[in-house]
Design a protein around this ligand. Structure first.
Ligand code: TXA
Ligand code: MG
Length: 322
């Protein structure tokens, strides 16, 4: 696959591929996205094909501004406030499609809603403007695999299946965006923990977000087994067993660590390193990756969510919250 330059010529060339209906992976601040022209049904369909992803899983559509987002979805007051506070950034809003929305129905997987975000990465924003189209983009990895936080991860997973990749260096956040949907009464619901913490969202809207755990709000595509390395994963490990790699957090178990997500116990640093560490340990062919305890606060919620999915048996295709 082609590695596009990040100068004007490279961006133009990559955008031409998009407009021709081809797939281009690009850096965002969260993880690398596998981009397709969201208004082109065939292009969107080829995302599912390249990833080998179950086609009932709806995709996030990326736009360069709030004004552009309003061409595709209808905002309620809370959504407007969240967008004003966190965009560009690691927040995805699930909102009703406008009438005659030009975005492919396939990106919504048949729902009347669309997931949309303005990414907080300079290169991604330039690319979106250059394309002149909304880009549907899930994480650029084969379905069920570990999300890519470097261009090399994309090449390892999708070589031969896509036109190319725009290499923007390592992703600074390192975990996918937080997904927020709304009830019929416009109450915000946390559908997926991610790069922006629940605490930050709640402070912005001045209310407590309900959680999807009661299963009342459908969050299709939250497959239990996801982000999974080839090795099996053991959580809350306080010792290393024979044949295991040990992924530590903080100082406590550093002496047995093969990789430490953050020796200082910094959750932001740990998030940025998480998927790289899993890719790295997976390549070393350990039979199992043992992961030390990580606090369930702030970004730790998103880290633990991804790790629980990585640890789930691969045959489990249950939907979380159902
Ligand atoms: O950070 C990110 O969000 C990355 C980068 C590339 O932007 N993208 C990403 O996309 O993670 P994807 O397709 O892997 O995740 C989409 C998530 C899934 O959890 C899906 O269930 C949810 O968004 N989603 C999408 N559309 C939805 C809808 N209409 N209703 C409810 N959930 C939706
Ligand atoms: Mg993904």
């Amino acid at each position: 696959m082609k590695i596009f330059k990040t100068d004007k010529d490279g961006l133009t060339e990559a955008a031409e591929e998009i407009r021709a209906g081809h797939l281009v992976a690009f850096a965002t601040e969260t993880v690398y996205g596998l981009g397709a022209d969201a208004t082109n049904d065939r292009a969107v369909a080829s995302i599912y094909e390249a990833k080998g992803r179950p086609s009932f899983n709806p995709l996030i559509v990326h736009v360069p501004s709030l004004a552009k987002a309003k061409e595709y979805v209808t905002f309620n007051d809370t959504a407007e406030r969240l967008a004003a506070t966190f965009w560009p950034g690691a927040l995805t809003l699930v909102l009703p499609r406008v009438e005659n929305c030009p975005v492919s129905r396939l990106a919504s997987a048949g729902l009347e809603t669309l997931a949309i975000r303005v990414p907080g990465h300079k290169l991604a924003l330039e690319f979106l403007k250059e394309c002149g189209r909304p880009l549907a983009a899930p994480s650029a990895n084969p379905s069920g695999g570990i999300s890519p936080t470097k261009a090399q991860h994309v090449i390892d997973g999708l070589e031969g299946k896509i036109a190319g990749v725009l290499d923007g260096g390592p992703c600074p956040v390192g975990v996918e965006s937080t997904v927020v949907g709304f009830t019929e009464n416009d109450q915000p619901v946390l559908l997926r923990p991610g790069g922006i913490t629940r605490e930050a969202l709640e402070a912005s809207v001045g209310l407590v977000l309900s959680h999807d755990a009661d299963g009342t709000t459908p969050s299709p595509g939250m497959l239990l087994s996801h982000y999974a390395p080839n090795a099996s994963v053991r959580l809350n490990a306080t010792a290393k067993e024979p044949g295991e790699a040990y992924l530590a957090f903080g100082r406590e178990y550093d002496t047995i660590a093969d990789v430490n997500l953050s020796i200082n116990g910094d959750l932001t640093e740990a998030t940025a390193l998480l998927f790289s560490a899993l890719h790295f340990l997976d390549k070393m062919n350990f039979k199992r990756i043992a992961v030390g305890p990580i606090p369930e606060i702030g970004l730790g919620v998103a880290i633990n969510d991804r790790l629980r999915r990585a640890a789930a048996p691969k045959h489990e295709k249950e939907t979380i919250g159902k």
